[in-house]
Ligand binder design. Structure first.
Ligand code: P6P
Length: 338
């Protein structure tokens, strides 16, 4: 790193404190809790390989310690970090059927935030050393202090998010997040455990040349998706585009944030609602995409306007450069016109 002193994430959070209306510092403490948990998960992810050598998840390693599956471990690390600091009154996780109420030791029930999280998305990629990530979404609770209520406090539309972000545990570890005032990316210097502002005010290029979709499912895709893929492959204008699919949402999304492109996980004949979860994958990514000038829909409707009905519901997902998502939506609409 040059001798230029980059702002740290801690300094950034303090500087941006005034961005949060009526700020009590609670949201800042919440983001700081996520920052801490991400460093612990980063350490565990980075030693996963060696852990595999000395003991598979679910077995005992040579120290006789039980190897936890990394996504379960990551889930526990984030829940502990958020619970200990009494900054949230409830957490919904991809790893838990129901939301977790954070019991008030002091004034947790007065905490005005709920967090929805995918603690280790793409964890099946760990064994092949592909980047994985954490995705988080933060809302202000709607109900009065006390036990949170699923419908009112967790099943809120994405437009109600107060903050959202992801951690990508890749060739370098980054936190990318928004509080509704643009998107900023921070890169971890593992030698001192400090995140530095490396990607200020991130903007998704309006268009791009990368389309990202699992074409192994091609025959199961809706006609509009098939038509759009063929459009991407035509030798015409700025095409053919390049196909890139890592199979880790955070990595595919992060690449598009920087280079431009579109990521699609559509409905299929086997999964009519697609695969990705609305509350802790699609909504946070949609908030980030829109804050960075991009676009995100289910092929027809803005993701952030969808009214959730279940904690773990799935939705089709088209996200990335605005012009590319608009073009894909045109093919989807054309294909269903009588
Ligand atoms: P497929 C990982 O399991 C995940 O939830 C996303 O991170 C990723 O983009 C997608 O599923 C990959 O799914 O069906 O293409 O393997």
């Amino acid at each position: 790193m040059s001798d230029q002193t980059f702002q740290t994430l801690g300094e950034f959070i303090i500087d941006k404190q005034e961005d949060f209306k009526y700020s009590t510092g609670e949201l800042s403490r919440l983001i700081s809790a996520i920052r801490l948990a991400s460093k612990v998960v980063n350490r565990e992810v980075n030693k996963a390989g060696i852990a595999n050598i000395i003991g598979q998840a679910g077995n005992q390693n040579i120290q006789g310690e039980d190897q936890q599956k990394l996504d379960v471990l990551a889930n526990n690390i984030f829940i502990e970090a958020l619970s200990q600091r009494e900054v949230v009154c409830g957490i919904a996780s991809e790893e838990s059927d129901d939301f977790i109420e954070i019991k008030a030791t002091n004034n947790a029930h007065l905490s005005k935030y709920v967090v929805l999280i995918d603690p280790l998305d793409g964890s099946s990629n760990i064994d092949v050393n592909v980047s994985v990530g954490t995705i988080f979404s933060i809302y202000r609770r709607v109900t009065e202090p006390g036990t949170p209520v699923q419908m009112e406090d967790f099943l809120q539309k994405g437009i109600k998010q107060v903050a959202a972000g992801y951690v990508v545990y890749g060739s370098s570890t980054m936190i990318v997040y928004t509080t509704g005032n643009g998107v900023n990316g921070f890169t971890l210097d593992p030698s001192i455990g400090t995140y530095y502002l490396s990607h200020p005010n991130m903007k998704i290029p309006t268009s791009g040349k990368i389309y990202s979709i699992n074409e192994g499912n091609y025959i199961k895709f809706p006609q509009g998706v098939k038509d759009y893929i063929k459009y991407c492959q035509l030798e015409e204008d700025d095409r053919p585009y390049t196909s890139r699919y890592i199979g880790s949402l955070v990595s595919d999304f992060h690449r598009n944030m920087i280079k431009g492109g579109i990521y699609i996980y559509p409905s299929t004949s086997h999964s009519p609602k697609g695969k990705l979860r609305l509350l802790y994958e699609c909504n946070p990514m949609a908030f980030l995409a829109e804050q960075a000038g991009g676009k995100c829909s289910d092929g027809y409707r803005r993701i952030l306007e969808i009214q959730p009905t279940e904690l773990h519901q799935r939705v089709p997902f088209f996200c990335g450069s605005a012009a590319m998502v608009t073009k894909a939506e045109e093919f989807m609409t054309k294909a269903v016109k009588p």
